[in-house]
Write a protein that binds this ligand. Sequence first.
Ligand code: NAP
Ligand code: F7E
Length: 380
Amino acid sequence: MAKKALITGVTGQDGAYLSEFLLNKGYEVHGIKRRSSLFNTDRVDHLFDGHHDKSRHNFHLHFGDMTDSMNLTRLISDIRPDEIYNLAAQSHVHVSFETPEYTANADALGTLRILEAVKFLGLESKTRIYQASTSELYGKVQEIPQNEKTPFYPRSPYAVAKMYAYWITVNYREAYNIFACNGILFNHESPIRGETFVTRKITRAVSKIALNLQDCVYLGNLNAKRDWGHAKDYVKMMWLILQYKEPKDWVIATGQTTMVRDFVKLAFLYCGIELEFKGQGVDEIGVISSIDYQKALNLNIDLSHLKIGQVVVKIDPRYFRPTEVDLLLGDPSKAQNELGWKREFSLPDLVDDMMQSDLKLMKRDQFLQNNGYKIMRYYE
Ligand code: NAP
Ligand code: F7E
């Protein structure tokens, strides 16, 4: 019998990669998606063959919501999963300042609803639970680097909600003997990262600037430092965490930290554009300092519309947060020693992967624009 996995947040970045990973391992995968007035399954459409094709029946989607206890309990009762990966969340830190109550409901109480359903249904000894915890728990960091023992100091409604989820997971493990684990994952990105997280916002904007579809990108705090890895490497760790001999909480990180400003430089450099930053605070600007036209031509990009000295990065204070997390740097030693955590993607590999994908998408937009179609504006 194939193992059954239930993934909340299946339509998100991690949900999509994890589904692919588990299907390749022979799992029967069930995902919970929200009803939406527009299609929201872009990231998993390639895995879904519809309800009527009997040849590939390992991937199932169910309507549901983290704010609906009855719905979650019924789905868990019907599916009786061996493993639950609780990935669903209002996951945008900045947005959590605008929607703090909803964020707490989905991210904190949503986790409780999953745990309580497993207990209520008597599945404590059958169902293992992975909780998507986060480096945001460390917030105003109490030590560098951060490990499993570093005290938490959350700095946003998102992080505070995730702190409740972290501790309720620990509590249900200790109180009811449920195999429930926290993966404290540091930032992980990919070509299918949500468009308003900073890495994807940058790779999309740089691609548009290189293709003459946009002049300049507006960003917030360029000094923030993040420990960025590739989501493909991280979903494998979610699975390994649930295969370990005992339930524990784990830091998954690269052990390297990079400033937002340097990520911007790497993304431009991919297209042959070198940047220098001038000025300070809200007046800081990113200026083109050299152009490698040949490197761009090798990517089939014509940079003749760009000039040395042109400003392509500006600051917009609307992207500043009321309280910021300045520096995250994870210490993944425990996962390296006990889970065998090793990653395939370095930071330059990640930038290359994202830039390659976004250039392809933006070339499609360029083609549409040249043929008279209006390109959608995205809120960033
Ligand atoms: P994501 O792309 O934002 O995906 C979030 C998923 O949750 C989406 O499928 C979303 O559905 C779903 N969702 C949101 N609210 C929901 C609700 N009320 N009911 C049901 N589903 C809901 O996030 P991600 O980057 O894949 O991250 C996965 C998880 O890991 C999240 O819990 C996040 O907080 C956590 N995490 C992420 C990172 C990271 O760097 N990516 C690091 C640490 C922890 P829609 O598609 O309909 O919006
Ligand atoms: O911001 C700065 C911003 O929104 C990273 C989520 O997946 O990872 C993610 O949270 C940094 C911050 O991710 C812009 O101020 C500058 O310091 O990409 P982000 P995040 O807040 O780190 C953690 C681990 C999670 O758990 C979350 O779910 O970049 N920044 N300028 C900007 N950020 C955004 N979004 N947009 C800007 O224009």
